[in-house]
Design a protein around this ligand. Structure first.
Ligand SMILES: [Zn+2]
Length: 285
């Protein structure tokens, strides 16, 4: 029996030869809410939409109704996994006296020592991070190679699997926040056109490249410009997008479609990990 709190939420009865099963909530309304507004962060870890699907499946099976279900995964596999990276930083040489550099120096020096004392890091890790700190002047002077190379670093640990990189179209552009304000530190110190060589190499390795959008979520024209920055380098015909800082509003799906994006991957929380739509399945907004 289905329950909401301690009260039963469904009932089944027979009328002549028909079995009627009533469920005490509006399934379509619930699903509409999940796919348009998303569930609150406090519920982030509940796959609500998949639970609704599970109820439907159970009702059909127990009622002896034959049906065809196409699970969102390849035949013979339990699940699919999608590996994606938002590239907010590209090369430590692009940072000098900013928050990113300050954060790096703190994490690599004092932060790493604290991690060692809390047994969250090995002495070898600590040594490696301290050496990185010490080598920084030589890296900035271009004597040693830059150690922030996201494409190469991920390729090394992903051992042949091909992941998706969302790249920032414009350097130094903070864009507008959802409340119309400007946060200067949302700007990123690289743009796709500046890293053309690395992007081309990553595309050759089979990585998927998408746009890490700045203003596309609120402005169709900006979306077209952001998309142009990527296809100007890669000539790709399919382009996905995920917004920097996950900025989004109710009209964003429409604007992104008009700007020519094939899919959006923004639908998540800044403050929580989990299922904003109550599912990890792809859906049409
Ligand atoms: Zn970002």
């Amino acid at each position: 029996m289905l329950r909401i709190g301690s009260k039963p939420a469904d009932c089944r009865f027979t009328r002549e030869k028909r079995v009627i099963w009533r469920i005490g909530y509006d399934l379509f309304d619930e699903v509409r809410y999940l796919l348009t507004r998303g569930q609150p962060p406090a519920e982030a870890l509940t796959p609500t939409l998949d639970l609704h699907i599970d109820i439907l499946r159970t009702v059909l099976i127990e009622s002896n109704v034959s049906f065809l279900e196409i699970p969102p995964r390849p035949a013979g596999h339990d699940f699919i996994c999608c590996l994606t990276h938002d590239v907010d930083f590209f090369g430590i040489r692009r940072h000098r006296f900013d928050r990113t550099m300050g954060g790096f120096l703190y994490r690599a020096s004092i932060g790493s020592l604290i991690d060692l004392l809390r047994s969250r890091r090995s002495p070898a890790d600590l040594l490696k991070n301290w050496l990185a700190c010490l080598s920084l002047p030589l890296v900035l002077a271009k004597v040693l190679p830059d150690f922030w190379r996201p494409f190469e670093d991920y390729a090394k640990v992903e051992s042949g699997d091909r992941s998706t990189f969302f790249l920032v179209p414009f350097r130094g552009k903070p864009g507008l926040a959802t409340d119309g304000s400007v946060h200067a530190w949302r700007a990123v110190p690289y743009g796709i056109a500046e890293i053309e060589g690395e992007v081309t190499q990553a595309a050759k390795r089979g990585s998927e490249l998408g746009v890490h959008g700045i203003d596309a979520w609120r402005d169709t024209g900006a979306g077209r410009e952001e998309k142009r920055q990527l296809i100007g380098v890669t000539n790709q015909t399919t382009v996905g997008i995920r917004m920097h800082w996950l900025y989004f509003d109710a009209d964003s799906p429409k604007r992104l479609e008009e700007a020519g994006f094939d899919y959006d991957s923004t639908w998540g929380y800044n403050e929580a990990v989990g299922y904003k739509a109550g599912t990890l399945q792809a859906f049409r907004p």
